[in-house]
Design a protein around this ligand. Sequence first.
Ligand code: FNR
Length: 334
Amino acid sequence: MSDFYANKIALAPMVKGGRTPLRLLALKYGAELVYTEEIVDVKLLHSRRVVNDILGTVDYLNNTEVVLRIAKEEREKIVLQIGTNNAENAVGVLKKLQGDVAALDVNMGCPKPFSISGGMGAALLSKPESVKHILTALVANATIPISCKIRVLDEPSKTAEFVKMLESTGIQAFGIHGRRRDERPGDDNRISEIKEVVGLVKIPVIANGNSYLIKENADIEKFRTDTTASSVMIGRKALQNPSIFRKEGVLTMEEEISDFLDLACQYDESYTQTKYVVQRILGGQQEFDPRGRATVAAVNVIEICQAWGKEDVYIKWRDYRRRHSLKRKEGPLE
Ligand code: FNR
């Protein structure tokens, strides 16, 4: 058993948030593991693997859509999170991607209708037999650590039964969000129920769900201590304030957006994804800060960069890509 998931501070999986630039930013600021956004198994199975020698990444593409872009710097820290409802697809994804990611996690906590109606996410919490089958098959075929992410069940005794079953499959860790399937972010996180679970298993538990109480880096450690979990994962707070991972203290919104745009430009992130993260960091400032209003009005990445005085960075990376793709047409890169 490796200690891959033990004693770590992680960026939680977040659709639209947990893509290359935010993952790299979280690592730069001090996160030790970074989860991808949830990607549905069939999307990865249908994707095409491309080694992108211009960006120095491995890309999984559906036509021109970048489903997953893995940078060299995150190769040892990236946890691919998948949405799945069956072992065959899950193992197919594992076999296809395990050479490119550090670990694979199965989402068993998402309560959104899209996941539930497809038998994925939190729907799996009521199908222990199916979960057992999926995780056992993954573990049997894996050369990398396997984990899953759950929510607490409706009664602590049911959670206890479920996590013991999880451990019996041979997975290396699981994340646990202390809200029940039908609870929402406004409800309290059930710290005591997470703590109870930690006492029931030997594998590392990754506590989750406390962003609403995390105001500074020390609060992350407090969450770990309160739950007695080996590791913790941070979602919403890391999207709003990625420098929360910095032990030296949080940075200003301007510094975070500037650092994020450097990475979005370098890794050629799309307009919609770039705008989404900048808007999340801006939060309530979108209307009051003139750069926030310019971000909202922007229709492409260069306009977002202009709003933050980063046009030169955008142009530098755009020209770099153009130069190298021209060279590539002529022959191998030096
Ligand atoms: C999420 N969450 C989530 N969970 C998951 O397992 N896979 C996912 O893809 C997503 N996507 C996602 C997107 C966004 C925008 C948010 C805010 C949340 C849930 C997330 O990982 C975490 O469990 C919750 O946000 C609770 O933890 P925090 O935010 O209190 O740290």
